[in-house]
Ligand binder design. Sequence first.
Ligand SMILES: Cc1cc2nc3c(=O)[nH]c(=O)nc-3n(C[C@H](O)[C@H](O)[C@H](O)COP(=O)(O)OP(=O)(O)OC[C@H]3O[C@@H](n4cnc5c(N)ncnc54)[C@H](O)[C@@H]3O)c2cc1C
Length: 436
Amino acid sequence: MADTKPQSPSLPPSLPPSLWAATAEPAPQAHPLSEARQVDVAVVGGGYAGLSTALHLAQAGTGVAVLEAGEVGWGASGRNGGQVIPGLKYDPDELVGKFGPETGERMATVFGATADTVFDLIERHGIACDAVRKGWVQPAHSPAGMETARRRCEQWARWGANVALLDRDRTAEILGTDFYHGGWIDYRAGSVQPLSYARGLARAAIAAGATVHTRSPVVKLDRDGSVWRLTTAQGTELAAERVVLCTNGYTDDLWPGLSRTIIAANSAQIATKPLPEDVRNSILRGGVVASDTRRLLSYFRLDAQGRFLMGGRGWFREPKDHDYFSHLVKMVATLYPQLRGIDYEYRWSGRVALTQDFFPHLHEPEPGLLFALGCQGRGVGLQTTMGGILARYVQTGDRTELPIPITRIKPIPFHAFHKAYVSALIAFYRMLDRFR
Ligand SMILES: Cc1cc2nc3c(=O)[nH]c(=O)nc-3n(C[C@H](O)[C@H](O)[C@H](O)COP(=O)(O)OP(=O)(O)OC[C@H]3O[C@@H](n4cnc5c(N)ncnc54)[C@H](O)[C@@H]3O)c2cc1C
């Protein structure tokens, strides 16, 4: 019998302030788990992965309850850049080279369709989330970055995707900055108001029959025969035949060793006040969003009210003051001199789960337990898609249908030192980005 010790609840329940928290559609009605219940499947984590799993299971007639420590979208799903970009970190040829033609091609097909999955769900469930599908530009920060863009564009074109290579002038025209060497555009991509999207997924899951319990941190997970018992910080118990854990960058010590399989890196964002119309019309034309080819990439977009958002790496500490975001302010001024000195209305950060091999990870440490984590910063599409994949696997148990293998939990060696390691890596990447 597996048994994990009760953990002290460490996650604050209310949403941290951000542009998205200030402008989102209202949250669906959800309450803490207040009395003992039994369901077929318990999902831990109310982000895109957990909510999409619950939605797909409920649609198939499975009894499912989500337990979320904070509110719906409290984690990265309510704080991200809202850029819906298909694919993994790896390009189709790399996947085929690494896994062989059959698995590699399947992965490229499944993960190349993640933006389709998001926009289909939005349409099917009428999710109000400022969805725009006008494409994602990946501008090249250097000649080497341009080679990456060319290779990526050529491979996805071969895969039948609606993509185009952009020369230097065309990139400058679309983005409104001549900083970049060119780039490529992927028309499969787009953007959403990320918290509204998470809330819409929760609403759709509830309408399909799922229950969503917010402010219900799971502090204990143990097995009693064939049933899993999940105990919340309030001491209430949910019993379930199956458990799907979707805690990603906010994974705690609920399951021994799991949090040491990822690096939970902070990503930070700032947003201006709504821009005057003439300035707004001169940048990111046609509603595109962008993130560049740097290893420590900058990602930027406009929101529905014409605010300019810039995102990039954060630091390991949580933000305490505006200094935390000064590198992003500098980047805005470099790309868009016309925005120098502009006021910033919002600053916030959230955690992205990185794995050592930059692939999402699936684990099944004991019968009835399924863990999915490692979004690598592409989670709007990826984690939504993973939800459908997890739900299907819970129903069929057929490993051959999975686009990624189930692996054993392998903590990163010397994880306790990962802050020092990643800080050194960041300094190294910054140097490479400057020269290549
Ligand atoms: C600043 C930032 C910018 C980003 N920009 C983009 C972008 O533009 N495009 C893109 O595709 N991706 C982006 N990402 C990544 C994307 O947001 C994530 O990959 C995605 O939201 C992860 O979804 P998830 O459901 O796996 O995890 P999360 O949304 O992080 O949800 C995990 C949830 O688990 C809950 N939890 C943890 N432990 C427990 C427990 N013991 N009991 C109950 N609940 C628990 C947490 O409260 C949390 O709500 C960004 C991420 C960040 C942080």
